[in-house]
Design a protein around this ligand. Structure first.
Ligand code: ATP
Length: 452
């Protein structure tokens, strides 16, 4: 990787024809306005690492909203802009078919290849008035814009306009650190400005098999405690991102090693022996026969199961405390409790009747039961769980509340009791036909009112 570089060739190889032509269209518009325009950050990093990604934001040295307005005027779509930040989103999802006709070059472009929207950002710098505050924003040069970023490897900019097309701008030593495999902050207050960068450092380190650079490690050690003040939302966002990575378990192990989990909550830890379980939650296809819901508490099912599998390794009180610190939604707290209870009660039942098992498991989220299963159960208990999922939970009597009403029973708590007993009788094989159910009911009615 030599010093001064032009990445045009790589860019051409990495992007689809349509996306490339789309970029050139934007570059031409910027050139017309005499505004330098760049792709910045993750996209450039990934281009150099030969792990092409597809999403790019565009940074304009000048007012991005003006560029966005020109694009909208010439090519349609619509804009959502924020003048305070100098950012604009150019929404083109419903004009892509027309837009491809304007694209430079003679390619046969596929409209579906174009992004649905493009973020255009004015180069800006940020000040933090006090640690962990939200930054104050001000227009600036691309160089200063790059300086507010988290790590040097994310500070590379690829210029697009005019004769600069493809030029790589490396103001902060990003190439050097990419070459060395180093995750390095740009200045010593970086983690004070934004403690979540400590989690991001770990994510990039483990994703690329890099090392967090020595001085940056020292700065993490000094800033660890600042994580205590970070909101649950921001922490969860970073942890969610980790759980979507291939190396999720390695990231959690590294967080633990650096003391970052304990800074979030003293009971929060990770052990390598949990790795396989976590990975099976995140990667293994979810069994269709379990009819698992797609989500719980606004979390996709896999992520819910993964967090639960993690939190259920802790003693109950600790699991709940960590879940509260991270403001997990109610279904997570309920599942942690349910799983803990089942782990005690189920083994205590020696050769239980099906109705006893159903009694223990009904009302518990199937996601929690699946987590329990991935966690590993004694073989006899696993059989019970499977029986519950595949058969017992689906068994219900023909009779319902209305039928009891028709039989003259006054609505009340007795309904539920009778229906539960009736279901138990089915589950335990005392009833196995509709006729038998009717006989059972008549007998029951007589018991309640012997003169009926
Ligand atoms: P990924 O490959 O995970 O999407 P990315 O590098 O594209 O990573 P984003 O989270 O999409 O990262 O952020 C885009 C850019 O914004 C980053 O490259 C980085 O330069 C900057 N950035 C994001 N979050 C922060 C932060 N907390 N502090 C400073 N800069 C940040």
């Amino acid at each position: 990787l030599p010093g001064k570089q032009n990445l045009a060739e790589r860019l051409e190889a990495a992007l689809s024809q349509a996306r490339l032509a789309f970029l050139k269209l934007i570059a031409a518009q910027a050139y017309e306005l005499r505004k330098p325009v760049y792709i910045v950050g993750g996209f450039v990093r990934d281009l150099i690492l030969e792990r092409p990604s597809f999403d790019f934001d565009v940074v304009v040295e000048g007012n991005a909203i003006n560029l966005a307005k020109a694009l909208e005027k010439n090519y349609g779509g619509h804009l959502v802009s924020h003048s305070r930040f100098g950012t604009a989103k150019w929404q083109i999802d419903d004009v892509r078919a027309e837009l491809i006709r304007y694209l430079p070059g003679d390619g046969h472009f596929d409209a579906a290849d174009l992004p649905e929207s493009l973020d255009l950002i004015s180069a800006r710098t940020e000040f933090y008035e006090y640690p962990t505050a939200l930054p104050t924003v001000e227009r600036s040069s691309i160089k200063l814009d790059l300086h507010r970023r988290d790590f040097t490897i994310n500070t590379l900019a690829l210029r697009l306009d005019g004769r600069h097309y493809g030029d790589l701008y490396d103001y902060w030593g990003g190439m050097n650190d990419l070459r060395r495999g180093s995750v390095r902050v740009l200045h010593s207050l970086s983690f004070v400005d934004d403690p979540t960068r400590m989690l991001r450092a770990v994510r990039f380190e483990q994703r690329f098999h890099f090392r967090i650079e020595e001085r940056t490690l020292e700065l993490i050690a000094e800033a660890t405690d600042l994580l205590r003040q970070v909101s649950a939302d921001r922490l969860r966002h970073e942890l969610d991102l980790m759980l979507s990575e291939e190396n999720a378990a390695a990231m959690l192990a590294r967080l633990d090693e650096l003391g970052l989990l304990r800074a979030i909550h003293p009971d929060f830890i990770w052990k390598n022996e949990w790795r396989e379980r976590l990975e099976s939650a995140l990667v293994k296809p979810l069994p269709a026969e379990w009819d698992l819901p797609d989500s719980a508490g606004h979390m996709p099912a896999r992520r819910f199961i993964a967090y639960l599998l993690w939190l259920m390794q802790f003693p109950l009180e600790a699991g709940l405390a960590v879940a509260n610190r991270l403001r997990f939604p109610r279904p997570m707290l309920q599942s942690i409790q349910a799983v803990s209870l089942i782990k005690q009660t189920l083994p205590a039942l020696s050769s239980p009747r099906p109705s006893q098992v159903v009694n223990e498991l009904d009302g518990v989220s199937p996601l929690a039961l699946y987590a329990l299963r991935l966690d590993g159960l004694a073989p006899n208990l696993e059989i019970l769980l499977e029986q519950y999922i595949h058969r017992w939970r689906k068994i219900h009597p023909f009779t319902g509340g209305e039928d009891l009403n028709r039989l003259g029973l006054v609505p009340g708590p007795a309904y539920r009791q009778i229906l539960t007993q009736l279901r138990n009788a089915w589950l335990d094989g005392e009833i196995s036909s509709p006729e038998a159910e009717q006989l059972w009911l008549s007998a029951m009615m007589k018991e309640i009112d012997p003169y009926a």
